[in-house]
Design a protein around this ligand. Structure first.
Ligand code: BGC
Length: 754
């Protein structure tokens, strides 16, 4: 009885608290009704408005900035819990301390690492992007995270970009198509996707101080489409502003990109989150569209800790609102957006609980990995491996763990299968011999997470090559597994690669092995294109990516033929760096301004960078300049062969023009092919790229079977962005649809008029 009385009293107190306190701006709930904001039969907008009407100015400001490295406060008085973010985008980051990047030392945060996003893009399979999003969203949810900091969709403009591996390649249509199901999959768990880094964050060199100069047409045609698709088609609940500047302002506080394009033109109703330390002053953060500020002071090593109250959107904002400098309308808009995020995530009682390192997630990682591997070359059918007696595996990347490193996407995994482990397990009948071949990076540490691997090696470079060559002479097959890694100046955040060539003298190792090997396969593990001067000298080349927890299994699946490769390159592999469009210092990495600028309290040098190549990025550039790449965008072989039949066309561009394309598996094993459709404009008032990807479809076929793939395009596929009119224009005229299996293997042409 007594307990009941106490409980009732507690409920009354909680109720009164939720309904606002005397003297505060707040609404009283009528009778016994549940307050609207707690009533999940009401729409999110009604709940948001009700919650907002109960909040004090202090409470509104309090939800607009961080309270720790990765969390922000809720509204405790109303029972709205705090919000937790996490990296992203390949797995759930291990727990760090409240104020520091150092590890919290949990033993229950070892996650599933999914393949890096370049790999996902290389699958050209939106269903796999959905599986990826659902799975990583479940992992986030299980770990009680409400916002996943990913996916990344910045365009791979230069192969030197240290973070290309976190993005979806060089083409706006491919990345737009792949990002949508990823976002939807994550959010089906009641976890927000936070699409990053908006916008024009296409390099790591000088990432905080690069001022991008790009014309509007290029911005809209190349650099924005994937963000737009994530927002409008994917319904992303959050977006992360980038570190760099554009149009004279930092992108986390950029009037044109945030208020103008994102919230204005695209109608984004979610939250703009700053990249960690990407906010620089209160006026612009307030006025130019930032909603939720993270990492400002705690990212600055010289600052005192626990300074969240000093964030630009904390005390300085509150004081400004109180003094009348900043208006309530803007504050309410920000608070409303953040509340909407709460109701979509932490306040959703019905969201699923999630799961962590489940057999389903491991299977998903393996499947995405094996379907993303690209068979670049396979002369004489070297692959799949058959009954090899002795296999020599050479190279550091055969054994090096790749889930640790690379920056904020670094993970702590429950188990990572190395390529060598995968090969040993799958080819248990063969004799597997391993030789190091070269020494790359032996460290294996990131923010206190260690791979625990001892990769120390005392032999000289010459001795390592000599030993590998000697072993190659006695092997039936040599598999070289090298490429880049996740160390600084490789595929890693914070710095770009310093050269396009493979590091650590690997070219010499490959050449030496190629001279003696009976059969040879080179597997390049990277998230970027690399120079392959030996491409003509080795019969088989595989693009292997960072494949996550199941790397070894996914690779062995393809090497053995258990999985028939079907990945296609999401970027062009050029012969040399000078083949790519950013050729001058002004284009990359930018020219320092003589005068200093202010970044918050600091004086900094800004680097102006001209995207003067315009829309000619990736294959658009190679086509425009008639440069033959080593391997073209969209290229990828199979263990079977496919034939594309004559397309039939129906409909119209206005209502939807459908291409029905017969595809036949003409080989002996089952496999999947990606039918690709590019549009080429005839005479045009403006210069156009020779061709642009506007449709694709992946189809799986048993040997001898034919399927008809349908690809529908509309006005969007033939449009260009007219910067003067500031609108998309579908010009009347002649067009060609080029159809095939790679950007350089387009066997069918269909001409049409609009
Ligand atoms: C990165 C973001 C990341 C954030 C939080 C930043 O340095 O640029 O991509 O989400 O840190 O770790």
């Amino acid at each position: 009885m007594k307990t009941r009385l106490i409980l009732s009293l507690m409920l009354v107190v909680a109720w009164a608290t939720a309904c606002g306190q005397p003297g505060q701006r707040g609404k009283q709930a009528a009778g016994n009704d549940v307050p609207v904001f707690l009533d999940d039969s009401k729409s999110i907008d009604e709940r948001v408005e009700d919650a907002l009407s109960r909040m004090t100015v202090e409470e509104k400001v309090a939800i607009l900035h961080a309270q720790s490295k990765f969390s922000s406060a809720g509204v405790p008085r109303l029972g709205i819990p705090e919000l937790w973010t996490t990296d992203g985008p390949h797995g759930i980051r291990p727990e760090v301390l409240w104020d520091k990047w150092s590890q919290a030392g949990w033993t229950s945060d070892s996650c599933t690492a999914f393949p890096a996003l370049t790999a996902l893009a290389a699958s050209w399979d939106p269903d796999l992007a959905k599986l990826y999003g659902v799975s990583i969203g479940q992992e986030a949810r299980y770990r009680k995270k409400d916002v996943l900091l990913g996916p990344g969709v910045n365009i791979c403009r230069t192969p030197l970009n240290g973070r290309s591996f976190e993005y979806m390649g060089e083409d706006p249509f491919l990345s737009s198509t792949m990002v949508v199901p990823y976002v939807q999959g994550v959010q089906s768990n009641g976890v927000a996707a936070c699409v990053k880094h908006y916008a024009l964050n296409n390099q790591e060199t000088n990432r905080f101080v690069t001022h991008v100069k790009v014309d509007d047409r290029t911005l809209y045609e190349i650099y924005l489409p994937a963000f737009k698709a994530a927002v409008q088609k994917g319904g992303a609940w959050a977006i992360m502003g980038s570190y760099n500047l554009y149009n004279g302002q930092w992108c986390c506080q950029n009037e044109y990109t945030l208020n103008g394009i994102l919230k204005g033109e695209w109608g984004f109703d979610g939250v703009v989150i700053s990249d960690w330390g990407g906010a620089h002053d209160t006026d612009q953060c307030v006025e130019h569209g930032l909603d939720l500020e993270f990492g400002t002071v705690t990212n600055n090593p010289s600052a005192a800790s626990n300074t969240y109250a000093n964030y630009y959107l904390a005390s300085p904002y509150l004081e400004g609102v109180k003094s009348g400098k900043y208006d309530m309308k803007t504050l309410d808009d920000k608070a409303r957006r953040v509340l909407r995020l709460f109701f979509r995530t932490v306040m959703d009682k019905n969201r699923p609980y999630g799961s962590f390192v489940s057999p389903e997630h491991i299977a998903a990682a393996r499947k995405i990995g094996s379907e993303s591997i690209v068979l670049l070359k396979n002369d004489g059918g070297v692959l799949p491996l058959k009954d090899e007696g002795r296999i020599l595996v050479v190279g550091e990347n055969a054994v090096k763990m790749m889930t640790v490193g690379g920056g904020s996407s670094s993970l702590k995994v429950k188990k990572e299968y190395s390529p060598l482990e995968g090969i040993r397990e799958r080819f248990s009948n063969a004799e597997i011999v391993y030789e190091r071949g070269y020494v790359g990076d032996v460290s294996g540490q990131f923010d206190g997470v260690s791979t625990g691997q001892d990769l120390d090696e005392t032999r000289s470079a010459a001795q390592l090559i000599a030993d590998a060559v000697a072993a190659a002479g006695e092997a039936d097959c040599v598999i070289f597994i090298g490429g880049l890694n996740k160390s600084t100046f490789q595929d890693a955040e914070g710095a770009d690669r310093q050269s396009y060539e493979l590091p650590y003298g690997q070219d010499a190792v490959i050449e030496a092995l190629a001279a003696v090997a009976r059969k040879m396969v080179v597997i390049n593990i990277s998230g970027n294109a690399v120079a392959m001067p030996w491409a003509g000298k080795v019969p088989a080349i595989v693009q292997g990516w960072y494949l996550g927890s199941e790397a070894g299994h996914s690779l062995a699946d393809v090497l053995s033929g258990d999985v028939n490769p079907s990945g296609k390159l999401p970027f062009t592999i050029g012969a040399q760096l000078s083949d790519y469009p950013a050729r001058t210092e002004a284009q990359y990495p930018g020219i320092p301004r003589p005068e200093m600028s202010k970044m918050g309290l600091q004086d900094v040098t800004i680097y102006d960078e001209e995207y003067s190549e315009g829309i000619f990025v990736g294959y658009r550039w190679f086509d425009h300049e008639s440069i033959a790449p080593t391997f073209a965008f969209g290229h990828g072989l199979s263990y079977t062969s496919f034939e594309i039949g004559d397309p039939k066309v129906s409909g119209s561009i206005g209502k939807g023009l459908t291409f029905s394309i017969p595809v036949t598996n003409t080989g002996k094993v089952a496999g999947a092919e990606v039918v690709q459709l590019y549009i080429s404009a005839g005479d045009s008032a403006v210069e156009r790229a020779p061709k642009e990807l506007k449709g694709f479809s992946k189809v799986y076929l048993e040997p001898g079977k034919t399927a008809t793939v349908k690809i529908t395009i509309d006005k969007e596929a033939i449009s260009y962005f007219d910067a003067d009119k500031h609108e998309w224009v579908a010009a009347k005229g002649d067009y060609s649809a080029l159809i095939g299996t790679s950007s350089d293997a387009l066997s069918k042409t269909v001409e049409f008029k609009y």
